[in-house]
Design a protein around this ligand. Structure first.
Ligand SMILES: [Zn+2]
Length: 338
């Protein structure tokens, strides 16, 4: 089987020739691991593209992201974002200072936001190079997380408690912005969108708050992704064990689980309905040894079995993770006793 067919088998719950391995988020790691600075990668997108190809030769993922700049919508909406030389971009100043300013926010014209267009052109270029063989996707945040960037996550957490009704218009605005990105994503030719909601985990909101502030927006955007003939993949950081029933209702084409989630229990809850990906610890990828990664990968594969499962890191592969560890993740699926 070719790598992309292997990933498609997982999404369809058919038997692949072996378990596929998907990064799921390797973009920034690959830039730095290839010897490039993050700032250089943004200044010269062709260098960023080459960094991904070079690292893919060493760490041959079956599926990978070709658009990793998930905070670009926040900048397009007016946030001030900084770019460290060897780190992920970070929002330094929010787009709004109070919820009363939401009415003044306009959905940005993406064509006039240079960084977004560079990212999309890069995704198109990488997809052309890789799509015959690999399963490719764009990584974007979901409305609740984008709202957190525009407002500030701590302030948004207080809004949930103090002004819940006033918070929804900000999330609705974020949804409209992301629907625009979805339209452009469709033109890049990728197979899917990896929608991420790092702010929607049990560490920050309760299952009840998840159902109110996150779930309806996730559900709608994932549905629109499928209507655009793209696969709708979902990642939520942290522990999602207490909201697997809601994830079943959202019904993504693939659910990427963080390492705080027990894979055996998640497989039991979602099997046959939602394919699962996970969940080798990113701390181990950063700090551990190749043997640790092999053992963790083997344990994941043993818990999950051959159908409806892809091996992958539990979240972003951290910048600075040794290549030997990432290679060990990729090679684990080739070992005979798995
Ligand atoms: Zn995560």
């Amino acid at each position: 089987m070719r790598p992309r067919e292997r990933v498609e088998a997982v999404l369809n719950f058919t038997q692949p020739d072996r378990i596929p391995v998907i990064s799921p988020f390797q973009g920034f790691w690959a830039i730095v691991a290839s010897g490039l600075k993050v700032t250089e990668a943004f200044a010269v997108p062709s260098k960023a593209a080459e960094s991904q190809i070079r690292m893919l030769e060493m760490a041959p993922f079956d599926g990978l992201e070709v658009f990793w700049d998930w905070l670009t919508p926040a900048e397009a909406c007016g946030c001030k974002v900084v770019f460290p030389e060897e780190g992920n971009p970070a929002t330094m100043d929010t787009a709004i200072k109070s919820l009363s300013e939401v009415d003044k926010l306009e959905v940005p014209d993406i064509r006039r936001h240079a960084r977004s267009m560079d990212d999309l052109n890069l995704a198109t270029h990488l997809n052309k190079r890789l799509c015959m063989d690999r399963f490719t996707y764009i990584t974007l945040v979901l409305p609740f997380t984008l709202a957190g960037e525009l407002r500030g996550v701590e302030k948004m957490m207080l809004d949930i408690l103090k002004k819940p009704a006033e918070l929804h218009p900000l999330i609705e605005y974020s949804q409209k912005v992301l629907e625009e990105y979805l339209k452009f994503a469709n033109d890049t030719g990728v197979d899917g969108i990896f929608w991420c909601d790092p702010v929607a985990s049990a560490g920050l909101i309760s299952p009840k708050q998840f159902r109110s502030f996150t779930m309806p927006y996730e559900k709608s955007l994932l549905q629109k992704t499928r209507e655009a003939d793209l696969k709708a993949l979902l990642h939520i950081c942290g522990n999602t064990s207490d909201r697997l029933d809601a994830i079943l209702e959202i019904s993504p084409d693939l659910m990427s689980l963080d390492c705080a989630v027990d894979l055996t229990k998640a497989m039991k809850a979602l099997y046959g309905r939602v394919p699962i990906m996970g969940n080798v610890s990113t701390t181990d990828l950063f700090l551990g040894k190749p043997d640790d990664i092999r053992a963790a990968s083997k344990s994941c594969m043993k818990s999950a079995g051959m159908r409806g499962f892809a091996l992958g890191a539990a979240c972003d592969i951290p910048i600075g993770s040794p290549i030997e560890n990432v290679k060990a993740l990729c090679n684990s699926v080739l070992e005979k006793d798995t």
